[in-house]
Ligand binder design. Sequence first.
Ligand code: PBG
Length: 328
Amino acid sequence: MSYKLPIRPRRNRVNSSIRSLVQENQVTVDDLIMPLFVIEGEGQKIEVPSMPNIYRFSLDKLAAEVAELWELGIKAVALFPAINDDLKDSVATESTNPQGLFQRAIQTVKQTCPDMLTICDVAMDPYSSDGHDGFVENGEIINDITLPILAKMAVAQAEAGADIIAPSDMMDGRVAVIRDVLDQAGFANVGILAYTAKYASAFYGPFRDALDSAPKAGDKKTYQMNPANTREALREAELDTAEGADMIMVKPGLPYLDVVQSLSQSSQLPIAVYNVSGEYAMLQAAAEKGWLDYRSSVCETLMSFKRAGADIILSYHAKEFATWQKEA
Ligand code: PBG
């Protein structure tokens, strides 16, 4: 027996050929940026305890990893240095050392794979004895003293071969200042991927473990955004766009898909999303307990970013996703 149902959405789902024919979104390896943690030393490939299968690489191991990623079709990496404590100070002096770890890491990537894009985080926290993204005075994070420090850091990275500067500090006016110094220093082709809507999130925990960069005192709420706000993200996007950002990013990803969607509908710029360390750790932990099928959860998560309108996905899942695509 059958009902008179002229409209049957299930017709478009009856087999996998038709399902793929009508599929609206697709994640490809071209969309992905792989974040990489780098450390001093030789022969070091140390797993981050709260991020199974994610490592901190010494530069020799970094070269091998980058070659592997390139083979898998990944064309961009985001670099994050773990700086030794004795090199940290209140003004992030080490960040402009031409022989510094970050600078050598950029050179290592470019020497290994000249066409691999290096996305370089700009913020004071890896170098700061206070563990904050900006300059701290009497417990306060001072915006305008931070700006020239970030600007010098960006130029030092560009000199080492950075393709894209990614300010993650959330100081006001930093995109304009960085664009200006890059242009003055002859780096008109070095782009800026602005962490535009970076929220004060609990999901950065494992990242701070990986880099030992948790703030010594105070929290980041005076510069990172309040998780309750969406319109404020649009305001930040307007500013970063006017200041010359080439791409804008939302971070974290999963808890902020609505923000990704808003920005993708209102902005002309490419939209990036950062599927952060805590999001990675959640899926790993659930899978370890046997509570989730890891591979399908990862693929569904990455797809959710595309569906929300992201063009670019920074994700610790990038390498494994690329591996799965290659197998398929
Ligand atoms: C530092 C920075 C952070 C992340 C990227 N850049 C941490 C923070 O702001 O405390 C987090 C990324 C992640 O959790 O994967 N400016």
